[in-house]
Write a protein that binds this ligand. Sequence first.
Ligand code: SAH
Length: 214
Amino acid sequence: MDFADMKNKMLEEQIRGKGIKDEFVLAAMSKVPRHRFVEESLQEQAYNDYPLPIFGGQTISQPYMVALMTECLQLKGGEKVLEVGTGSGYQAAILAEIADKVYSIERDPHLARAACELLNELNYVNVIIKVGDGTLGWREFAPFDGIIVTAGSPVVPQPLQEQLRDGGRLVVPVGSSSFQNLMCIERKGSKLKSQEVCGCTFVPLIGNHGWKQE
Ligand code: SAH
């Protein structure tokens, strides 16, 4: 099986097969070469149904989780999206396939640089990455139509709630360091409507409005 076959199998069994229906998400998942986002020795496993380690003890999320979180944002094209936790850049690439502009923040400079180089190489010119504390959001470009946090937080970071556009959605895993609930929060005027999607386990979100230390 080559990578294209593995990608198709992943799409059928893990993404469509587990209930992801959003055509924008399905199209994006079918395009992005996930094996390019992991180290060479792990490429054969890139389309399997589990997360994989990346640099610095971090992880690239399981394909289904990437699809589910993206589906929660209900993007239709043309949006401005903020991602907190660039990691490998895979989730950013998925978002970039659908949205107009993706702003992504990563606290680890090594990961940020590697993701930036890879996304450039793969021609994702609509992703802008910066090194910093993503729990503070990115005021300069706010408000966002969608915000996705790909690390687990003890609380919903206040700045991210504030930087969400009316009608926009924020997806964030909230809970303890070992287990979180995936929350999907929608802004309706000054009100925030929140829904629990499922249980999940992410690496910790470390910052001012997240976990205070490693
Ligand atoms: N979305 C990534 C997975 C990221 S894993 C992908 O598709 O590969 C979570 C990432 O969040 C890690 O790289 C970690 O360094 C980063 N992170 C943790 N706390 C952060 C913070 N406050 N701001 C920005 N990035 C953070």
